[in-house]
Structures are given as C-alpha cells and as structure tokens.
Write a protein that binds this ligand. Structure first.
Ligand code: GTP
Length: 346
C-alpha cells in the first residue's frame, strides 16, 4: 500500500519560519519532520510514497530525492496552484494504489497504523479516519459516531460539556480510490470542510482511535511544545544524538568550551561549538553546525542548523530558523526569527 503525504500547504500560522520552507520540512529534534514521517512509516512496512507538494517543492525534492538514501521510493505530485487537502489527493490520483494511506505531513506523531488498516477491512465504507483523543475538545471538530464506528457528523468547537466525544480527526486516513470520485478535478477542495461531509452523507466514513503521541505542529506554541515533549521523552522520537548524561543529548564532533553548563534537558547537534562559560538549557535544542559564543545564556530555545550566536547573548523562549546570526549581547525573549524575515514575537 502506498502512502500519500500532504506537504504543500503554506504554513501561514508558523511564519516566519515557513516563509520560505514547507512546514513539514521544519526540523523536529534536528531533522526535517518529513524525514521522520518516512522513517516511521517505513518501520511499519510502508516503503512507497507519493508526496504532494506546492510551497517550495524544490526544498523537499532536493533533500529527499527519490528516497533511496532512506531506503524508500518517493514520487512527487506537484500542484501548480494550491488545491487544498482534498484537491491535492485528487491531483495525485494517477500515482495512487486502489487503497492508500493519506497523512498530513505536519502532524507530529508516532502512531501505529496497523489498527487503522485492520479496521478499514472490517467495514464497507470508503474512508477510515484515524482519531485521536484530546483533553479539551472545544478547540477542535469532534466526531459523533455510532456503535459500528461510522462517523455521523463532525461537531465544530463544541462547549466542553456538550461534546459528544473527545475524538478528533488526527489527519491520517485510509482511503479507497473509489472515494476520489467525490472530489472535483483541478479545483481547491478541503477534505475536512467539503469531502468528508459529502462522504458522511453517503455513509462512507468510519473512524477508529489510534494510540500514541499526536500534535499538530502548525503554530509556534505547538512547535515548541513538540520539542519540550521530545526532550521530556513524552514523545520518544528516535534521536541520532547520544544521551551522554540524563537528559543531555550531544551529537558528533561537537566542541564544548571550559565551564559550559548544560541544564537538562538539552539536545545539541553535530559539529556545534559552544564558547566558555555559556549556560545552555533547560529546554534547548541546538541544530547542527551552530556556533555559540562565550557567556551565552540560552533556555527554552530552538535553534535550527547553522545559527551563530555571539558572546554574552541571552535567549529565552526563542525559535531561530536556519543560519541566523545574532549579535553579541543581544537579549531576546519569545522571538521567532528567520534569517530572511527578521523578528516576530510570539
Ligand atoms: P496554515 O496555512 O497555517 O493553515 O497551514 P497549512 O495550510 O500548510 O496546513 P494545514 O494544517 O491547513 O494542512 C494540513 C496538511 O495538508 C499540511 O501538511 C499541509 O502541508 C497540507 N496541505 C494543505 N493545503 C495543501 C494543498 O493545497 N496542497 C498540498 N499538497 N498540501 C496541502
């Protein structure tokens, strides 16, 4: 069975980090999330992928190519204009198998897909939606189901005490190709707002709970949360770095100056330089080849590969995109910055 990864959205809520980067290529634990998705699904026996791309497709193609480096096979479905989450699936139709998996590539998860497939084989519907249980359903569209698992409707943002369940669409589906007849060609169509309601009317949509970690990384706040969960190992994503001491992961060829203090949890990538007497952590993720000066303080901060932070800077609660350079003695709190677009607070 092939998996179709939806990776073409603009990622507007994660700007400026996604200004010139597809959101699923944002690193999680120092590696593009999309790469983690491929490896996670490969571990579950899926090795044929179609990636639906639109926003900066060349960045995805350059990094992942035909997939050989990761031991998988990748084809691309390229959109000329944004087609939305259903339009993108329709656009990829000729590349898909009779039954296929669809994954929103910006959902950070470690879910097992086998229960989803098994459930799909047990009913007569055309779609099985993976459902995840959330604490507060009032922020989401929750499902109402009957005892067979058929989805009767989605109820958008219900009040806490009026929600029929705490189950929401996890952004992972098994679909039969037959379902694609309900999606018009070359038109922007949303699967959540248009296709699912139509298919629900035709009694073709079922849902089942999938267990495991789940987080939509679409906002700065949730992107941070994914990292803190990763460092706390609530999200036990496999990491390339070695855990040298409890909660301190360090990559290869990293040079650490004298008197540097790591306050766990911290994740430091490969070929990083950290100057004397800097204090890193708690909650810091430093990408590969970052250079950090002397006497820097850096906590609750995520730095992508290639950043330079000069001496005595103080950083708290920041996210820096690739190759950002920060002057000496800069004090930043809650800044989200990209080399091209500058600072945004949030
Ligand atoms: P926002 O602009 O912040 O809402 O983000 P988004 O539109 O990129 O993401 P959203 O959460 O709305 O979409 C879920 C997934 O579908 C993400 O992985 C997107 O990359 C992907 N996606 C959304 N729209 C399209 C599209 O038009 N084409 C393709 N190929 N993928 C899409």
């Amino acid at each position: 069975m092939k998996a179709l990864l939806l990776a073409g959205g603009l990622g507007t809520r994660l700007r400026p980090l996604t200004e010139n980067l597809p959101k699923p290529m944002a690193p999680v634990g120092n590696r593009p999330w999309l790469e983690h998705v491929l490896l996670h699904l490969k571990r579950q026996g899926i090795d044929e992928f179609v990636i639906a791309v639109k926003h900066y497709p060349e960045i995805i193609k350059e990094r992942l190519g035909d997939g050989r480096r990761l031991g998988v096979q990748i084809e691309y479905s390229v959109e000329r204009s944004l087609l939305g989450t259903a339009g993108a699936i329709k656009n990829a139709e000729s590349l898909l198998s009779d039954r296929f998996l669809v994954v929103n590539a910006d959902i950070v998860h470690n879910m097992s897909i086998l229960p989803l497939l098994e459930f799909h084989l047990q009913h007569k519907g055309l779609v099985t939606i993976g459902l995840t249980e959330v604490e507060d359903p009032s922020q989401y569209g929750v499902v109402q189901q009957d005892s067979t698992g058929e989805i009767l409707c989605f109820i958008e943002k219900p009040k806490r005490n009026e929600a029929p369940s705490r189950r929401v669409n996890a952004g992972i589906y098994v679909m039969d190709k037959e379902a694609l007849q309900w999606i018009p060609k070359n038109k922007e169509v949303s699967i959540e707002k248009e296709t699912f309601p139509l298919l629900i009317e035709h009694r073709a949509v079922y849902g089942t709970k999938v267990d495991g970690y789940w987080m939509d990384m679409g906002t700065n706040e949730r992107y941070r949360k994914v990292h803190w969960d990763l460092l706390d190992r609530k999200f036990p994503l496999p990491l390339n770095e070695i855990e040298q001491d409890t909660g301190i992961w360090v990559g290869e060829d990293t040079q650490i100056g004298s008197g540097v203090l790591f306050l766990p949890p911290v994740l430091i990538g490969d070929e990083v330089h950290i100057g004397d007497r800097s204090v890193i952590g708690p909650y810091a993720v430093i990408g590969d080849r970052c250079v950090i000066g002397k006497h820097v303080r850096c906590s609750e901060t995520i730095m992508w590969d290639g950043c330079k932070v000069h001496d005595a800077a103080q950083l708290n609660n920041c996210i820096f995109g690739y190759d950002l350079e920060l002057e000496a003695r800069h004090i930043l709190y809650q800044a989200v910055m990209n080399r091209m677009t500058g600072v945004v607070q949030g």
